[in-house]
Design a protein around this ligand. Structure first.
Ligand code: SAM
Length: 350
């Protein structure tokens, strides 16, 4: 069995399966998604896993927290010796730069964390002895992931370190700082880490830039922007926390985020207003079309049903109505629940 194994938020397997099926078709790869609700992962079965992995970068997948290429599925492991079949599956393979033993982030997967830890400690020396693992972690080489979905069923998979989440389980463990005004602050922190590469961040977000935050109260996203030394106009009828205002970088306006516009163009606009996703997508498109901002990060709250269809529809609507070339990336972040986060930036007009 070969294919791709992607992790997702538990309950979002149908969305990830829908996305993988559709994107595979678009990039000319034959195969099908194998998914069960609440598994926390989806398997895309295909003979062309290499081609699919290359054509669908991890950053461009919306519902995938991680993207792994499957080398083997071992559905009936003997608990008294799980190592031998894994070594056999890897026979002849080039050396890996690291080993992560993981499990899906699901109700069934989480109890496997103890097994994953102890099995990793046992497997590591066996891999080194077989010449399959470097002595020290080396991120220039592919990373081996052993994914347990139960105690006797594992996938032997590999990640390209330049095209995968750099966090175990695909989850960035961000710490909520004590003076963060809300847990939402973690969403914008995660978006900046996940949707934008470190090189892009350096040029796109610089001290002194000007931003608007639509739906800003109590101030989590505004606070994240001020920590990057941006000047922020924060729009919300609700109050902002005093220490956010005390930064001296923030102007708070009690206005409607769907009507307010800046007097002069800004670098950034972020938006966390809880509203119909199509309405948000249209307003965000207006900002880019009119040139009111160059870059944006916004959330789209997803409905209960047909969430993949709604995602695609809103992103298409956004791209069309912006009426200019854009680079758009979207992800369901770890800190997103029933929503996705979108990053878009205007690219040069052709
Ligand atoms: N991002 C914020 C943070 O990090 O603290 C949390 C935002 S909260 C999820 C949504 C906010 O959107 C609420 O404070 C609400 O008042 C605001 N909101 C909803 N509709 C709005 C509108 N039409 N104009 C301005 N603010 C709006």
């Amino acid at each position: 069995m070969t294919g791709l194994l992607c992790y997702c938020r538990q309950g979002f397997e149908p969305e990830l399966a829908g996305e993988l099926n559709e994107r595979a078709g678009q990039v000319g790869v034959a195969g099908y998604a194998r998914a069960q609700r609440n598994d926390g992962y989806v398997l895309f079965v295909t003979d062309a896993a290499d081609a699919m992995a290359q054509r669908l970068p991890w950053r461009e997948l919306i519902f995938a927290r991680q993207k792994l290429r499957v080398l083997a599925e071992l559905p009936q492991l003997d608990p008294s010796d799980r190592i031998t079949p894994i070594l056999a599956a890897l026979h002849g393979h080039a050396r890996f730069g690291d080993l992560w033993v993981e499990h899906p982030d699901s109700d069934a997967g989480k109890p496997l964390s103890g097994l994953a830890r102890s099995f990793g400690n046992a497997l590591r020396p066996a891999l080194r002895k077989a010449g399959l693992l470097t002595d020290k972690a080396n991120d220039k080489l592919p990373r081996l992931h052993i994914v347990f979905v139960d105690g006797t069923h594992a996938f032997v998979t590999v990640a390209d370190t330049r095209d995968s989440a750099p966090w175990p389980l695909g989850i960035p463990r961000l710490k909520l700082l004590p003076d963060a005004p809300s847990r939402s602050a973690l969403k914008l922190d995660e978006a900046l880490l996940t949707l934008i590469t470190p090189e892009e961040r350096e040029t796109l977000m610089q001290p002194g830039m000007r931003a608007a935050d639509l739906g800003a109260a109590p101030g989590g996203w505004t606070w994240v922007l001020t920590r990057q030394h941006l000047r922020v106009t924060s729009i919300d009828n609700g109050p902002l926390r005093q220490h956010v205002l005390d930064t001296g970088l923030v102007e708070h306006l009690r206005a409607d985020g769907f009507h307010w516009k800046p007097e002069t163009p800004l670098d950034w606009m972020v938006c966390d207003m809880v509203e119909q996703p199509r309405k948000v997508a249209e307003r965000m498109a207006t900002w880019l079309r009119e040139g009111w901002c160059k870059h944006t990060i916004f959330n789209l709250k997803l409905p209960m049903k047909k969430r993949w269809d709604e995602t695609r529809l809103c992103l298409d609507l956004f791209a069309q109505q912006a009426e200019r070339p854009l680079m758009i990336r979207a992800k369901q972040l770890y800190h997103d629940r029933e929503e996705i986060t979108v990053f878009a930036t205007a690219t040069k007009r052709r």
